[in-house]
Design a protein around this ligand. Structure first.
Ligand SMILES: Nc1nc2c(c(=O)[nH]1)N[C@H]1C(S)=C(S)[C@@H](COP(=O)(O)O)O[C@H]1N2
Ligand SMILES: [Mo]
Length: 172
């Protein structure tokens, strides 16, 4: 599967990324502010739960560790993340430690080019160690939580963590 309801319409002028919930200081970036943050590159494979993979992707963007540091860090009670996207309230959830793995980023570029709308542009989450449905396209908001809450596919039976090496496809 690729996306649940097709690409949303996103104007860069009104694009915002918010980080809130259990952080020391909630953060919000406009596109220009986000584009000025320090950047990283990550080389990683991509595994969809339905069986296809796309190997050797070069992602470029802002690491999730960098973003959270700019919010003063997670509060001690924070253990899970709900990622909200621009496509009709689409969400996905994952444990905070997976979200903060060193290779996780909000990507704006793929293989040296700006992300196309189809692939989640202007910015998407990339979580290389989990199944691709956790890599939210069109990311809008990152919410830190104490208790886990099922996102869109998770509430349709997909796994709350989704580690491909453990084949965590369905169930909790
Ligand atoms: N916002 C949003 N992100 C999403 C999805 C979606 O429906 N909405 N689908 C997921 C799924 S199931 C996959 S396999 C990948 C596909 O990414 P791609 O279109 O860049 O290959 O995006 C994931 N991220
Ligand atoms: Mo997928």
């Amino acid at each position: 599967m690729l996306d649940a309801s097709g690409p949303p319409r996103i104007e860069l002028a009104s694009w915002r990324l918010r980080v809130d919930g259990l952080v020391a200081r909630p953060g919000q970036w406009s596109w220009e502010e986000f584009a000025a943050l320090p950047r990283v590159k990550v080389y990683a494979d991509f595994h969809c739960v339905t069986g296809w993979s796309r190997l050797g992707n070069l992602w470029e963007g802002v690491s999730t560790r960098e973003l959270l540091a700019r919010c003063g860090g997670a509060r001690p009670e924070a253990r899970f993340v709900l990622v909200h996207a621009w496509d009709r309230g689409w969400t996905t959830n994952l444990p905070l430690e997976e979200f903060l793995a060193e290779d996780v980023l909000i990507a704006t570029h793929h293989d040296g080019r700006p992300l196309t709308l189809e692939h989640g542009g202007p910015a998407r989450l990339v979580v290389p160690r989990l199944y691709a449905w956790k890599s939210a396209k069109w990311v809008a908001r990152i919410e830190l939580m104490e208790r886990d809450r099922a996102g869109f596919w998770e509430s349709h039976g997909y796994h709350m963590r989704g580690n491909p090496w453990k084949e965590e496809r369905y169930g909790w």
